[in-house]
Ligand binder design. Structure first.
Ligand code: NOJ
Length: 527
C-alpha cells in the first residue's frame, strides 16, 4: 500500500466542532474538547479529522460566515490551542483537515465592510455588485439556497450584491485576481502551520455566469421542496472556469506536498468527476454524495457504485460519504438496522470513506421544535439541519458528558443507551461494529486499495468482491428486513465471515449458497 498517499488509505472523520466536546462549560464544543478526545479517535481507528469552520464569525451560519480566515473564534479557543491540537494529533498519527470557505465571507469581514463603503472603494471588486433592473428589482432571478432572492439591496451604495446563501454571506468575486491571491495566501497560512489539507465549501459555486443570465425553471420541482430547487442553477453554479480555480488551489497545496484537497460538490456523477481535473490536477477527492442523496434501494445503490467507478478518470481516487452536518443522519434515513449495513458498505467500498461524528454510535436525528431552531435554513425555509448537529454522546452522565453547561442544541433522549462508554462495553453495539470494520480495513490492503468487482444487484442484495495481491474478500449486503439467499460461484463465495452486522455470524464458514438474514451485512474472507 506504500505507493498510495495517506489520504487514499485514510478513514476521515468529520467533527462539527460546536457539538463534539465542550471543555469549558459554555455549552459549545471547542478545540480543547477535541484535544481531550483525540485518543477516542485513535481507538476508533480513523486516520484524519476534518473540522468544520472554527474561524472568527458572527455565526449567522454557524461558522460558514467567516470574518477572519486566519484566526480562531474565541468560542473554540485560540491559535495556541489549534497548534497544540495539530501537534498532538500528529503525534498520534492523525492528520488534521480544516474547512475552507472561499465562496463567500461574512458580511462582517473587513473586505465587505470596505467594499460597502462606496462604489469606488478598493475592495468593491472583491464582491459581486450589480445595478437594479429598470424596474428597480434584482438583476436576475437567482435564488438563495436559504430562501428568497440571492440579491440584497445596499441602500448606501445603490447596488445589489449577490449571496448564494444568507445576505450575511456575500459571495466573493473569484474573477478578481486579487481575491484569488488573497485566498491562496490563506491556504498557505494554514499549510505553513502544518494543516494536512482542506475540505472546500461549495466548490462548484465559485464562478457565476459572466452575463448573469436568468436560471431556467426546474421542470421536476414539486411543492414542498426547498424553493431554491424551483430553478435549475445552470448559470449560478458549475461554470467551466471554476475548474481553473480548482487547479490553482491544488497548485498551492502541491507547493507543500502530501496534503489533501477535498471539494464539496453536489453534482451528478458525470459533472462531479470533472473536479478531479483533466490531468489529475484538480481536487484529490471531490466528495461523492451518492449514498447521501439516493433512496436506500439495492439496485439504485449498486448502479450508482458502478456508474461512479466507470466515470472516474484514470488515476482518480474514489470516495464515499454517508452523512454530514447538512443532511439527515444515516440512522434516521435508513433505520438503525440498515445503518449497520450502511457502515459495512462505507468501509468496504473502494475509496476513502468519510464518517460523520456520532454516526459510529448510531445516533439519529433529534426532533427539535421549530421555536428552538438555531439553523438559519430551518428558520427561513423550515428545513432545519439542527437535528443532525446535536451534541456527541460520550457517557450516561448529564448532557452525555458533552458539557457541564447548557448544550447549545438539545441532546437525544437515547443518550443513556447510545454513548461511547456504554457502546464500548457492548460487543454488539454500532460502535463495536465500526471499530471491527475499521480495524479490518487497517489490516487488509484488499479492502483499502483492492479492485472492486460487482457480483449481484437485485432489489435487495448488493454483493461485490474486493481483491488485491491474491487476497479476496466478498461483501454481501441485505438491504431489506427479509431473509434472502445469495447463490454465487463457489470461487466467489467459499470462505469465512470475518465481520458481520450480526456478530453471531462471525467465524461462520460459507459456501456457494449464502443465507443473508434480515439486515445482514457480511464481510467474508474468500479461500
Ligand atoms: C455548505 C456547508 O456545508 C453548509 O453547512 C453551509 O451552510 C453552506 N455551505 C454555506 O457555506
Amino acid at each position: 500500500m506504500s505507493e498510495h498517499a495517506w489520504w487514499q488509505r485514510a478513514v476521515v472523520y468529520q467533527i462539527y466542532p460546536r457539538s463534539f466536546a465542550d471543555s469549558n462549560g459554555d455549552g459549545v464544543g471547542d478545540l480543547r474538547g477535541i484535544i481531550q478526545r483525540l485518543d477516542y479517535l485513535v481507538d476508533l481507528g480513523v486516520d484524519a479529522l476534518w473540522i468544520s469552520p472554527i474561524y472568527p464569525s458572527p455565526m449567522a451560519d454557524f461558522g460558514y460566515d467567516v470574518a477572519n480566515y486566519t484566526d480562531i473564534h474565541p468560542l473554540f479557543g485560540d491559535m495556541d490551542d489549534l497548534r497544540e491540537l495539530v501537534q498532538r494529533a500528529h503525534a498520534r498519527g492523525l492528520k488534521v483537515i480544516l474547512d475552507f470557505v472561499p465562496n463567500h465571507t461574512s458580511s462582517e469581514h473587513p473586505w465587505f465592510l470596505e467594499a460597502k463603503r462606496s462604489r469606488t472603494s478598493d475592495a468593491r471588486s472583491f464582491y459581486l455588485w450589480h445595478d437594479p433592473k429598470s424596474d428597480g428589482g434584482p438583476p436576475n432571478n437567482w435564488l438563495s439556497v436559504f430562501g428568497g432572492s440571492a440579491w440584497t439591496w445596499d441602500e448606501a451604495s445603490g447596488q445589489y450584491y449577490y449571496h448564494a446563501f444568507l445576505a450575511e454571506q456575500p459571495d466573493l468575486n473569484w474573477r478578481e485576481p486579487a481575491v484569488r491571491r488573497a485566498m491562496y495566501d490563506v491556504l498557505r497560512f494554514w499549510l505553513e502551520l502544518g494543516i494536512d489539507g482542506f475540505r472546500v465549501d461549495v466548490l462548484w459555486h465559485l464562478i457565476k455566469d459572466a452575463e448573469w443570465r436568468d436560471n431556467p425553471p426546474n421542470p421536476d420541482y414539486r411543492p414542498g421542496q426547498a424553493p431554491y430547487s424551483s430553478l435549475l442553477p445552470a448559470y449560478s453554479t458549475d461554470q467551466p472556469e471554476v475548474l481553473d480555480i480548482v487547479r490553482e488551489m491544488r497548485g498551492v497545496l502541491d507547493e507543500y506536498g502530501d496534503r489533501v484537497l477535498i471539494g464539496e460538490v453536489y453534482l451528478p456523477v458525470s459533472r462531479l468527476v470533472s473536479y478531479y481535473g483533466d490531468k489529475g490536477d484538480g481536487a484529490h477527492l471531490p466528495f461523492n454524495f451518492q449514498l447521501v442523496v439516493l433512496p436506500w434501494r439495492g439496485p439504485l445503490i449498486s448502479a450508482a457504485i458502478t456508474e461512479y467507478e466507470a466515470a472516474l478518470p484514470p488515476g482518480a481516487w474514489p470516495n464515499w460519504v454517508l452523512g454530514n452536518h447538512d443532511q439527515p443522519r444515516i440512522a434516521s434515513r435508513v433505520g438503525p438496522k440498515q445503518a449497520r449495513v450502511a457502515a459495512v458498505l462505507l468501509l468496504t467500498l473502494r475509496g476513502t470513506p468519510t464518517l460523520y461524528y456520532g454516526d459510529e454510535l448510531g445516533l439519529c436525528d433529534v426532533a427539535i421544535p421549530s421555536e428552538r431552531f438555531q439553523d438559519p435554513q430551518g428558520k427561513n425555509i423550515g428545513i432545519s439541519r439542527d437535528p443532525a448537529r446535536t451534541p456527541m454522546q460520550w457517557s450516561a452522565e448529564p448532557n452525555a458528558g458533552f458539557t457541564t453547561g447548557v448544550p447549545w442544541l438539545p441532546l437525544s433522549d437515547d443518550y443513556e443507551r447510545l454513548n461511547v462508554e456504554a457502546e464500548s462495553r457492548d460487543a454488539d453495539s454500532m460502535l463495536a461494529l465500526y471499530r471491527r470494520l475499521i480495524a479490518l480495513r487497517r489490516k487488509e490492503p484488499a479492502l483499502v486499495v483492492g479492485g472492486y468487482r460487482p457480483l449481484v444487484a437485485d432489489a435487495d442484495v448488493v454483493a461485490y468482491v474486493r481483491e488485491h495481491a491474491g487476497r479476496r474478500w466478498l461483501v454481501a449486503l441485505n438491504l431489506s428486513s427479509a431473509e434472502r439467499r445469495l447463490s454465487l460461484d463457489a470461487s466467489d463465495a467459499r470462505g469465512e465471515i470475518i465481520v458481520a452486522t450480526n456478530r453471531e455470524r462471525e467465524s461462520e464458514h460459507v459456501g456457494g449458497d449464502i443465507r443473508l438474514g434480515a439486515d445482514d451485512g457480511l464481510v467474508v474472507r474468500l479461500e
